[in-house]
Design a protein. Structure first.
Length: 140
């Protein structure tokens, strides 16, 4: 379980691992607390936390990568547009697609990031998201 919003409307940075026995273990917290964040798994079981809400009514463009081996979070390039309530898909542990979500300024766009085939944090930090405009009238 990553991020969230508690009953006091406090945005959480939590990162909780759940094992097969349903035991919760606290792991390193995200750098930026968010809820309604999209998650995707990439190379070597690393987790991307994409967008989300940093407070009620404020979507985020922040992207962070969690490495479970080192129990560490790394900031990656921000999305081109803030997104929340979105979904993402990862193809071949490499191509990351982020869909419009509930933020109205992102309804007609999808973002894509090619993270490559070898995990190199220096390279990952230099990559930029590509913004694709969707023109299908049925989609908007």
């Amino acid at each position: 379980m990553i991020g969230g919003l508690n009953s006091s409307d406090q945005v959480l940075r939590n990162n909780l691992e759940i094992d097969p026995n349903m035991t919760l273990t606290e792991k390193a917290q995200m750098g930026v607390g968010r809820f309604n964040v999209s998650l995707g798994v990439v190379q070597e079981k690393k987790i991307l936390a994409i967008g989300g809400m940093v407070s009620k009514g404020k979507p985020s463009e922040v992207v962070e990568l969690y490495d479970p081996i080192f129990d560490s979070w790394y900031q990656l390039a921000n999305l081109e547009r803030p997104r929340c309530g979105t979904s993402c898909c990862v193809i071949n542990s490499r191509f990351v697609f982020v869909f419009p979500g509930t933020n109205t300024n992102s309804w007609n766009t999808i973002e894509m990031l090619d993270i490559g085939t070898t995990f190199d944090l220096k390279i990952l930090r230099t990559l930029k998201w590509s913004l694709v405009t969707v023109t299908n009238a049925d989609f908007m």
